[in-house]
Write a protein that binds this ligand. Sequence first.
Ligand code: FAD
Length: 401
Amino acid sequence: MGGFIIVGAGEAGTRAAFALRETGYDRPVTLIGAETHLPYERPPLSKPDIGAIAMKPICSDEALLNARITYLPGAEVAKLDVAGKSLELSDGRSLEYGKLLLATGARPRKLSCPGAGRALDFRTFDDAKVILDRLNASRSVAIIGGGLIGMELAAMLRGKGLIVSVIEAAPKPLSRAVPLRFAAKLHKRHIDEGVNFHLGVGVSEILDNTVLLTNGTEVPADVVVTAIGVQPEIALAEKAGLATGNGILTNLFLQTSDRHIFAAGDCAAVEQPGGGYVRFESWRNARSQAQIAARNMAGANEAFSATPWFWTDQYDLGLQVAGLPQPHHQSVVRALSTGELEFYLDQGTLVAAAGLGIKNSVAKDIKLSEMLIASGISPNPAALADPSVNLKILLKSAKAA
Ligand code: FAD
């Protein structure tokens, strides 16, 4: 019987490989990644303050070696044989596993309009390099998609002095994951920085140097980038007969429909205690699921539960969101010297919090808010709104209660 194999050397896969060693698991660990680089972080690819696309490795060759993790870069798993507990790589090699982790992530959605092939994707380091190389000899860029990635890219490219247009089918940018209040503030900042927005409109064709919109507008663009969301990478699991939906379906313990196979990160749709499955696309989610999946592969029986959390940096502004704010929640706003916090109460209970401020100035308050959410308190809204009431005090009294 083989050791443990991990398919996908992104955030989830790589963290899981190291977490397996932290459990004391001593048999072979193999990490297989289709990309040719050392495992790297994706968030720095779109962060404006770095100036150039940064490659931030998750680990070094030496760390992999010291942890006795066999890393196979540039190797794509083409087939999974669940009954035979084996994998086939696209170069014909086959490997047997005792347990398997699928951490295959997600791939960019594609446009289907005429000329869609002219648009560039933005998911990997290689994608980022192609975009920047093309932009070195260009003046204008059109970004199709006004979500988190599209808006981060817009900020980064305005910083480089390019003419930036954002095309978004929804009436407002950032409407999917960002609370309304902060989506509006970020939108305004982009307008102030000179980004051209085309909202509530689709793309009918991409031509050389122009994007033609469904309302007849012609947007000049030397380079076109699509950032219209991602789809979970489930092809391997699906072909192998594992249960899939909007992701590879897992139970609370991140175990798929085959008990020897686990899934974590952007590809995993995890069963919820109240029914249904939820899939998150965020850096911290990938890391925390990786830890739990690794421990469960090594014999633990831990249910995954974590308050969802993500951040985005645009210009000198940093947004952090903990929990899942919903339109029906009661909103309580607290002004800060460098920004603003918004708390979300569901029938009096604090369930989510978000903050927007200069750089990562809201980080400490959001961390405390996460602890408050986890403690299940129903705080006095006036105390939440009052900047002179330290959140630490609220936490202390929640703990005491
Ligand atoms: P991935 O990172 O996608 O890794 C999956 C890996 O599996 C890929 O390398 C892929 O090539 C490989 N793979 C797939 N199929 C196979 C196969 N058959 N064989 C071998 N290998 C395979 N999140 C935040 O919370 N905040 C941010 O600010 C933020 N910024 C981001 C900026 C960018 C530009 C991008 C693209 C993402 C950002 N994210 C951010 C999201 C975050 O990076 C992802 O949620 C996280 O990387 C998911 O990790 P993962 O390991 O599940 O998937």
